[in-house]
Design a protein around this ligand. Structure first.
Ligand code: 5AD
Ligand code: SF4
Length: 441
């Protein structure tokens, strides 16, 4: 009898890619994915531990599966991803109805672990970090898919140890995938009909640096650019300290490279940037932004900012607000500082009250809401090239796609347009998307 699995994914693109791999692996051993946990023989959570809130969510979600398991004791429940890596055995100790825990380097072991639980009713734990060679061999390969836009992993892990960040501890050290393999994958995707690739990694800008003879990221971009069929290229995430002038130049020279860069600043204060171990100053960051705007005047920049880092003064926070104004970000993802186990910042005394942090957070959001609204409103009335990705949820005849700035546009059009870039006049600007009319050339 066919077995069924239910999978929920939290967190960043790395987890999205890992989850695609989980789907492919489980389908390979006779499992089919279902939309409801209650219909499943196997329930999996692929988890994120970047902030405490994300971690707590895992426990909340696991609680929902308990009554299902009470009804169906043969149900297998598993946790993977960053919380699994961080907590390991503690998860099994805390949650008696949990059957398996697999860490960030152990996705490939899942089918074997599931079989072990099925056949022997044992509880399984795999959270060992793998050596470099094994990781390189196991780099996520793409499962088949019919999407127009896909993520391609170019590197994994991180060596930066920003003082607040748990990623180096739960994802391990940096490894870059051989460029030949990446280019083969992109070529294959292009043949399958993929038109946009987003090259992903914790810090793609340091791609190849640790691998003798490997090309730097800017050259990798140039090579991806040559691949026929690929119409658009994006990449994320970029660490400002590793953004080379050659890479900045790509925004002016590579036509397929979208006019958008996510360049997390984290703070606008030199004191805080130093305590965060970010490796750049406010002035250096602003210099990069200026060079980006010179290379590509249409570029829109987005950022991540942490509010309430230990010791952040009113002046430090004002520096963040003034930097935001200077850069004129199209969007900012802001986070309240959350102390993470093992990190260097966890040892700093955190004297700010919750109320002060929240008040700063609210001020930041208010500023960004205003800035974003102004920037996105400037699209109104313009005819913009939109890569059509599929039918929108709005109903029949409705399509959606994205502008070069990664903004969703909904409009009426024929399904045949999916996978092509079409001119769309922006008629309405909403908070998170645009509405437009197809402009027939
Ligand atoms: N607390 C708050 N935000 C954090 N981030 C990473 N670690 C923490 C933390 N401990 C944010 C950073 C990063 C984004 C993915 O999450 O802004 O860029
Ligand atoms: Fe975390 Fe810094 Fe590495 Fe990004 S660069 S994953 S914020 S340690």
């Amino acid at each position: 009898m066919e077995k069924r699995f239910y999978l929920e994914t939290f967190g960043c693109q790395m987890n999205v890619v890992d989850s695609e791999r989980i789907v492919a692996l489980l389908e390979g051993v006779g499992y089919r994915q279902v939309a409801h946990a209650a219909d499943a023989d196997l329930v999996l959570l692929n988890t994120c531990s970047i902030r405490d809130k994300a971690e707590r969510k895992v426990y909340g979600h696991l609680g929902r599966f308990k009554p299902i398991k009470d009804e169906n004791p043969s149900l297998i429940i598993g946790v993977g991803g960053c919380v699994a890596q961080q907590e390991g055995q503690r998860l099994l100790d805390k949650i008696p109805y949990l059957d398996l825990v697999f860490g960030t380097h152990n996705v490939h072991k899942l089918p074997e672990m599931v079989r072990d639980v099925e056949e022997n009713r044992v509880r399984c734990l795999e959270t060992e970090f793998l050596d470099r060679e094994t990781r390189l061999r196991l780099f996520p390969e793409r499962s088949e898919g019919d999407t127009i836009s896909r993520f391609v992993t170019v590197m994994q892990g991180c060596d930066n140890f920003c003082s607040y960040c748990i990623v180096p501890y739960v994802r391990g050290r940096e490894v870059s995938r051989p460029s030949g393999q990446i280019l083969d994958e992109v070529r294959r995707l292009a043949e399958q009909g993929v038109r946009e690739v987003t090259l992903i990694g914790q810090n793609v800008n340091s791609y190849g640096r640790k691998e003798p003879g490997e090309i730097p990221f800017a050259q990798l971009l140039n090579k991806v650019h040559e691949i026929a069929g690929i119409e658009r290229i994006r990449f994320t995430t970029s660490h400002p300290k590793d953004l080379s002038d050659e890479l900045i130049g790509c925004f002016g020279s590579l036509e397929k490279l979208c006019w958008h860069l996510h360049l997390p600043v984290q703070s606008g204060s030199d004191t805080i940037l130093h305590k965060m171990n970010r490796g750049y100053t406010r002035q250096q960051y602003l210099g990069i932004v200026q060079r980006l705007k010179e290379a590509c005047p249409q570029i829109r920049i987005t950022s991540d900012i942490i509010v309430g880092f230990p010791g952040e003064t009113e002046q430090d926070f004002d520096d963040t607000l003034s930097l935001m104004k200077e850069v004129d970000y199209a969007d900012v993802f802001s986070f309240l500082y959350s102390s993470r186990p093992e990190t260097a910042a966890a040892k700093l005394s955190d004297t700010l009250t919750k109320a002060v942090k929240q008040e700063r957070f609210d001020r930041l959001i208010a500023l960004q809401t205003e800035t974003s609204a102004r920037i996105w409103a400037s699209d109104q009335g313009k005819v913009l090239p939109v890569l059509v990705e599929g039918e929108s949820r709005q109903g029949a005849g409705q399509l959606f796609g994205r502008t070069t700035w990664n903004r969703i546009v909904n409009f009426t059009g024929d399904r045949k347009l999916i996978g092509t870039i079409v001119p769309v006049r922006i008629s309405r600007v909403y908070k998170n998307s645009h509405l437009g009319d197809l402009k027939i050339a």
